[in-house]
Design a protein. Structure first.
Length: 387
């Protein structure tokens, strides 16, 4: 079987940025190990190349295309056509696009059997941003993203939902068959040693409004009163919303938390795994999430998770078993849950073990790869009949 995987894919796989790219990297590796002929089709988003290139990278053929930077609508159409042309030259049995945007448009326009994985619920993310206040340009951008997503989904025949939450949201927006396949987590996470340092909380997320970093800081300030040794490690970039990041830093300074809170910035995979190994728990108190890879990584690493009960989180964290779910604005409850997993060693151990056991069954790359190949086979068989 030859598969073309469309999505973000770094030239350095230790420098993965964000959940969708982490999923693409793990799927590509899993398919390669399963004997699939994998071609990755991606864009150079950082300006490393002057022309389209095709290289062998870690036993995978990578087609890295120069991103055509043109006015928005023109650029999107040009880039989608470029993807479609590249796919027709590769001639895969199936094209697998990640996110219902340009990658999906290119896959669908190629005329080949295609499948789309939805990673985020754009309309819900837009609603979250509107509540915090956005400019008219940002409003128009969100409206366009929503329209473009639906434009692609109306043409799709097969869609992978990474959570039952995604399937519920999109079932009425597309006639495509919906397949549930959860995110894969890199194998090393399942074997991380527990080097937990006393009362250390990790938040592996960008410092942006949607991730509610400020809410986590408020909860941590309450925890610090009872557990003076508590520390919070924020592993995520601070450049996307510099104003919000500045508010977070200001809160830390004003509340005397400078010695207890670390803004680590973006981290490569090796450094991030080290943070998971050394933390006592993961906290992710976002206003909106779909199926956060950070939660799945924490479970694989054997760490309890304290997360807000939004989006698809309830399908990941079993309340009271693998961690706790809480309202994103209930600071007192968040602090109470954080104190529990930091102070109660036996509870922490039991939750961590339960999370790791669940993760092995659901998120191990071998499990997810087998499920994905099964979906490919169904989609190829059915779509070829109508092509």
């Amino acid at each position: 079987m030859r598969v073309a995987m469309l999505g973000p894919y770094s030239s350095n796989l230790e420098r993965v940025s964000g959940g969708p790219e982490a999923v693409v990297v793990q799927l590509v590796d899993g398919l390669r190990r399963a004997g699939v002929d994998v071609h990755v089709v991606t864009f150079d988003f950082v300006g490393e190349i002057d022309a389209d290139t095709t290289v062998e990278q870690d036993e995978v053929t990578v087609h890295r295309l120069r991103l055509r930077r043109l006015p928005r609508w023109t650029g999107i159409r040009v880039n989608a056509r470029l993807l479609a042309k590249t796919l027709r030259a590769i001639s895969p049995d199936i094209a697998h696009a990640h996110s219902a945007g340009t990658f999906a448009d290119g896959a669908l326009a190629s005329g080949l059997p295609a499948i789309i994985t939805i990673h985020g619920v754009i309309e819900q993310e837009a609603a979250t941003e509107r509540r915090s206040g956005i400019t008219w340009r940002e409003e128009m951008s969100w409206r366009y993203e929503t329209w473009y997503e639906r434009h692609c989904l109306r043409r799709a025949r097969d869609v992978i939902a990474i959570s039952p939450y995604v399937a519920d949201i999109y079932r009425d927006l597309t006639s495509a068959r919906m397949h549930l396949v959860e995110n894969p987590v890199a194998t090393p996470y399942f074997d991380l040693p527990n080097l937990a340092e006393t009362a250390t909380i990790l938040c592996a997320a960008r410092v942006i409004h949607r991730k509610n970093t400020l809410g986590l800081l408020r909860a941590f300030a309450l925890v610090k009163r009872d557990l003076p040794e508590a520390r919070l490690r924020l592993a995520g970039e601070t450049t996307s919303e510099p104003g919000y990041a500045s508010q977070c830093r200001q809160f830390v300074e004003q509340n005397g938390l400078a010695e207890a809170v670390d803004f680590l910035g973006w981290m490569d995979e090796a450094a991030l795994r080290e943070e998971y190994s050394r933390c006592r728990a993961l906290a992710l108190l976002s206003w909106q999430e779909t199926a956060p890879v950070a939660i799945e990584q924490a479970m694989a690493a054997g760490k309890p998770v304290i997360a807000s009960n939004v989006g698809g989180v309830r399908f990941l964290v079993e309340d009271g078993v693998t961690g706790y779910v809480t309202a994103p604005d209930d600071t007192a409850q968040q602090a109470a849950h954080l104190r529990s997993v930091l102070a109660e060693s036996e509870l922490n151990r039991a939750m961590g073990q339960a999370g790791r056991a669940a993760a092995r069954q659901r998120f191990h790359p071998d499990v997810v790869t087998a499920q994905t190949i099964n979906v490919y086979q169904k989609a190829i068989s059915d779509q070829r009949k109508s092509l």
